[in-house]
Design a protein around this ligand. Structure first.
Ligand code: HEC
Length: 211
């Protein structure tokens, strides 16, 4: 009998301690089994909290405004050739920045990025006949126009970065290194339309009946 009272009391205490204080907000710190003064460590530090108050700063805010001219690390674009397509004299760069390795890997990357971001409008052949034409996007130019064939790589970089007319900027979708890859692929598309018999490797000439 005595045990039954004890068990009931124990269960009651257990229930209250588990469920009774749910969602209660305490303002004082919880009881410390190993108090900071006795066991100094870094458990409790005075620190500013996001959007919190601070008595240290004159404006009373813990969040500090950024110092003037500060840029986030991935926005640090101090190389005008790589990030703006400009040559040393400020004109549009012809060719590719020194940091860009022009090889088959870059071409494959350019092909992939192009098919995602440019092909819908400019078409797989770069002739301006992308799928969007059927939906009313009529004014997409062909890359096989002499003006665009002769256009400096740097200027195409600028078009991808900032857009032009109805073409939006792709700066937030294609990182600078990939923009150069896309340009390389655009060049390949342009070159593909101006091939001559002289471009066919000797081993394949007979297949095509070229003397
Ligand atoms: C939403 C459709 C659309 C997409 C996607 C698109 N373009 Fe364009 N692009 C256009 C249109 C429209 C123009 C013509 C802009 C003008 O001259 O007003 C254009 C023009 C251009 C030009 C010529 C710029 C000039 O100076 O005349 C280049 C080069 C070009 N695009 C490259 C690209 C590349 C590379 C991509 C992919 C990263 C791309 N475009 C994606 C629609 C598009």
């Amino acid at each position: 009998m005595r045990n039954a009272y004890l068990v009931t009391a124990f269960i009651a205490v257990l229930l209250v301690s588990l469920l009774g204080f749910r969602e209660t907000r305490f303002t004082s710190p919880p009881l410390d089994v190993f108090p900071e003064w006795a066991f100094p460590g870094m458990k409790r530090q005075s620190k500013p909290r996001p959007q919190g108050a601070s008595r240290f700063f004159a404006d009373g805010r813990a969040d500090r405004p950024l110092p003037a001219g500060v840029v986030s690390r991935d926005e640090l674009r101090n190389d005008d050739t790589l990030f703006a397509g400009k040559a040393a004299d400020g004109s549009w760069l012809h060719g590719y920045p020194a940091d860009i390795k022009v090889d088959a890997t870059l071409m494959a990357r350019g092909h992939e990025r192009f098919s995602i971001y440019c092909q819908p409008c400019h078409g797989a052949l770069g002739d301006g006949n992308g799928i969007t034409k059927q939906y009313g996007m009529g004014a997409t130019p062909t890359y096989h126009d002499p003006r665009l064939r002769d256009m400096a790589e740097g200027e195409i970089f600028n078009t991808i970065t900032h857009g032009k007319g109805n073409m939006l900027s792709y700066a937030d979708k294609i990182v600078p290194e990939d923009r150069w890859a896309v340009i390389l692929y655009v060049r390949a598309l342009q070159r593909a339309q101006t091939g001559t018999a002289a471009d066919v490797p000797a081993a394949h000439k007979s297949e095509l009946g070229i003397p």
